[in-house]
Write a protein that binds this ligand. Sequence first.
Ligand code: FAD
Length: 290
Amino acid sequence: MRYTSPTTVDEARSLLAEHPGSRVFAGATDLVPQMRSGRPAPPVLVDLKKIAQLMSVTHENGQWTIGAATPTANLTRNHDFTAMFPGLSEAMGLIGSDQIQNRSSLGGNLANASPAADSVPAMIANGVQAVIATADGTRTVPVAEIVTGPGRTSLADGEFIVEFTLADTPADTSDAYLRMIPRTEMDIAIVGSAVRLTVSDNIITDATVVLGAVAPTAVTVPDAGAALIGAAINAGQIDDSALNTLADAASAACDPIDDKRGTVAYRRRVAGVLTRRAAATAVERAQNGA
Ligand SMILES: Cc1cc2nc3c(=O)[nH]c(=O)nc-3n(C[C@H](O)[C@H](O)[C@H](O)COP(=O)(O)OP(=O)(O)OC[C@H]3O[C@@H](n4cnc5c(N)ncnc54)[C@H](O)[C@@H]3O)c2cc1C
């Protein structure tokens, strides 16, 4: 196995083209444990962390551009980013531990294609786009189109994610992410729920709900978003019948596995409960300007 550390996107692209079957990595917090557990090692490993573009975070003209290999700690510690996307930031802040977050990247969390990846539902809820280096250029696709199943992505051999882009939130808009883990620390989600919504004159005017860990890929739940849109807010509380419809829609959208960490019935129920709570938090943030 050969380790390489290109310093430009073009150099990385050439290495991947010259060595079919080679793999990119950023923090290696998924890659190394997987190789240690016996997965075949690629002939060439391409370290993305020496490419400045993949390690930078910029905010210009109402758009954030986040290098795909940037440690998630750089975002959770970024006050402006966290103030604008508190739910996405809290999703990243749940990955592993401080040590893991000093290495883990959004690109790795997405491309590892775990159904339980914490940042993915929150990225989708916020309409994040992925810029992908192809054999001869770039293409940009919504994050929702990258993962096609557990451990599988729509990235072709030799393609890698260069950066993510996301627009500033409109006024009175915020998000929240909650997950359920069977242990109190260092476990992966059995349900994750991301809600982003907009509140105008005490009415929810826009809402997106995305669930993680309850199906082979993250699931956007249009019926759950629809249950919130038009709901009235009284004294900071979402109308109860809208919350009940929301919870039912979230539970109905689940197609989870049944294992020692949670039964199908439990995961479905938790999806409804977490989505109610995430919506309440997002409303509070949207109304308080956070
Ligand atoms: C102790 C521990 C706890 C963890 N807890 C959590 C948790 O709570 N929640 C959670 O979601 N995850 C968790 N993880 C998993 C892991 O930390 C995250 O998925 C992390 O975000 C992966 O990022 P990385 O940069 O380390 O990925 P890497 O290991 O570098 O890469 C992961 C995969 O993505 C590919 N890849 C990496 N970058 C790119 C790119 N730019 N373009 C295309 N493909 C790419 C690699 O080839 C590899 O297949 C945990 C891991 C450990 C070891």
